[in-house]
Design a protein around this ligand. Structure first.
Ligand code: FAD
Ligand code: NAI
Length: 467
């Protein structure tokens, strides 16, 4: 029987990063993955394929809607080849997954394909095609991730009533896609199909889309998506989803408790994700789960069993790839006896629609709730030369700073390339910068980043230069 210092169960961004860091720190490491490709949800059916489709559909949409205003004329009709778009996405996914395999080999990590389950706290069974082998591990890291959640009354047929996994590989553009849940997945994939020509209707239970982000971002994103033709039903409670042939009929109660009926040919259910521990036999090792099915961990990502740790989507906190990665690094360093730390307040959140939405730190709603006195600085993207040059004028940057100390407490942005711009805010907040610190740094002209400087000027002494 092979023996390891560390075994990692699950090869998503949490698991594979943990394995690499363990190997870097000199530990003999194994990783166990039930699927034949490495990379987990993120690489196979999450971040990477969704971003590939977002980019491809963005190009298509630009070609049919915006090229002309830039003086680019295409003789004849611009045509969509969905099959080719999907093929490109699949090849991006397979190249990325192969990259993880390369990294495992480079770091001399043993890869086991099969379902990992605990035999006891130091032994893991790995089952594939009816055959089981057992390995011994001094420490184990559970990184088994998450799966799409569903509503109890919805039967997912995976053809027309689907989750993100199927929405990433549709063979046709829906005529009318009804999206249940106006969160990250619903809006990203809703925008993909809207750009490709589908009618898209979003039904959201709460009174705003992307409800965990600052409400200024919800408002602006909804405004922009509406302009692009996406329809919204907010404060609306779905009661039933039925399929009759190729037609999907959805009944819901709107905000006035009036029943509405929506008809479409596809229904994307994107109401969140649930932690995934099916088949893991956590109880055989004595590992406890919480009431939401997440593996219970302490501040050191250690479960109630001292040699077993857990990270990523399967534990509390944001279900984000970069959060899982940070935890992967942290847990490896803890096992090696180091004292790493993650500031969860500074894990950024991004929605990759266009305009992109990005956020870090406290929202205005949270500061109000916590009774923190704050100042606000806002700057609209349309006031930037860079935005006018590209034609991407939607959006804003909003900086919230402590009323007395001027320390930046939250940065919320929507606009072109904000997914990348948010890194400046994370850096500033890691170093506990004040709004004035940001406002005194030179930002290249013309860039979208100038909006960050201008919002900081607005937050400092309400003295933006360009509005
Ligand atoms: P996962 O990536 O879920 O990996 C867990 C792995 O464990 C899986 O491969 C699974 O097969 C394996 N496994 C489970 N049980 C066992 C077992 N018993 N034995 C062996 N293997 C097992 N996040 C972002 O930060 N940015 C994005 O742009 C983004 N886009 C997304 C788009 C979509 C459509 C979706 C669905 C998610 C997206 N996410 C995004 C979220 C991101 O994918 C997750 O937060 C991330 O994958 C979590 O990583 P993880 O390592 O915890 O788990
Ligand atoms: P989500 O939590 O982002 O959004 C779910 C939405 O559904 C919420 O707005 C919620 O209020 C709504 N909802 C819940 N129950 C409902 C009901 N009965 N009827 C109508 N609406 C209902 O979850 P989503 O979009 O499914 O994504 C899952 C996870 O994947 C998220 O936690 C996210 O972090 C991650 N993800 C991250 C991405 C990124 O970082 N860009 C992209 C895609 C997913």
């Amino acid at each position: 029987m092979s023996t390891y210092d560390v075994a990692v169960i699950g090869s998503g961004p949490g698991g594979y990063v943990a394995a690499i860091r363990c190997a870097q720190l000199g530990m003999k490491t194994a990783i166990i993955e039930k699927y034949s490709t490495l990379g987990g949800t993120c690489l196979n059916v999450g971040c990477i394929p969704s971003k590939a489709l977002l980019d491809s559909s963005h190009h298509y949409h630009d070609a049919i809607k915006h090229f002309e205003e830039h003086g680019i004329e295409i003789p004849g009709e611009v045509k969509l080849n969905l099959e080719k778009m999907m093929e490109r996405k699949s090849s991006v996914v397979s190249q990325t997954c192969d990259g993880v395999k390369f990294l495992m080999d480079k770091n001399k990590i043993d890869v086991y394909e099969g379902l990992g389950s605990f035999k006891d706290k130091t032994h893991i069974n790995i089952e594939k095609d009816g055959e089981t082998q057992t390995i011994e591990a001094k420490k184990t890291i559970i990184a088994t991730g998450s799966k799409p959640a569903n509503l109890p009354f919805i039967e997912l047929d995976k053809e027309r009533i689907i989750t993100s996994t199927q929405a990433l590989k549709l063979k046709e553009v829906p005529k009318h896609m009804i999206v249940i849940g106006g969160g990250v997945i619903g809006l990203e994939l809703g925008q993909v199909y809207r750009r490709l020509g589908a009618e898209v209707t979003v039904v959201e239970f709460l009174d705003r889309i992307i409800p965990t982000m600052d409400s200024a971002l919800s408002k602006e994103l909804q405004k922009v998506l509406k302009k692009q033709g996406v329809k919204f039903h907010l404060s609306t409670k779905v009661k039933s989803v039925e399929r009759n042939g190729d037609e999907i009929v959805i009944k819901a109660d709107d905000k006035k408790d009036k029943e509405i009926e929506l008809k479409g040919d596809y229904c994307l259910v994107s109401v969140g994700r649930r932690p995934y521990t099916d088949g893991l036999k956590a109880d055989a090792a004595g590992v406890e789960l919480d009431d939401k099915g997440r593996v219970k961990v302490n501040d050191h990502l250690q479960t109630n069993v001292d040699n077993i740790y857990a990270i990523g989507d399967v534990v509390r906190g944001a279900m984000l790839a970069h959060k899982a990665e940070e935890e992967g690094t942290m847990v490896a360093e803890i096992i090696a006896g180091q004292k790493p730390h993650i500031d969860y307040n500074l894990i950024p959140g991004v929605v990759y629609t266009w305009p992109e939405v990005a956020s870090v730190g406290k929202t205005e709603e949270q500061l109000k709730e916590e009774g923190v006195k704050y100042k606000e600085g806002k700057f609209p993207m349309r006031a930037l030369g860079r935005s006018r040059a590209s034609g991407d004028i939607d959006g804003l940057v909003k900086i919230l700073a402590d009323e007395k100390t001027d320390e930046v407490l939250g940065v919320h942005m929507i606009g072109a390339r904000t997914a990348d711009l948010i890194a400046e805010a994370v850096t500033a907040m890691e170093f506990r910068a004040s709004a004035e610190d940001i406002s005194r740094m030179s930002h290249a002209h013309p860039t979208y980043a100038e909006a960050v400087k201008e919002a900081a000027l607005a937050a400092t002494e309400n003295r933006p230069l360009h509005i």
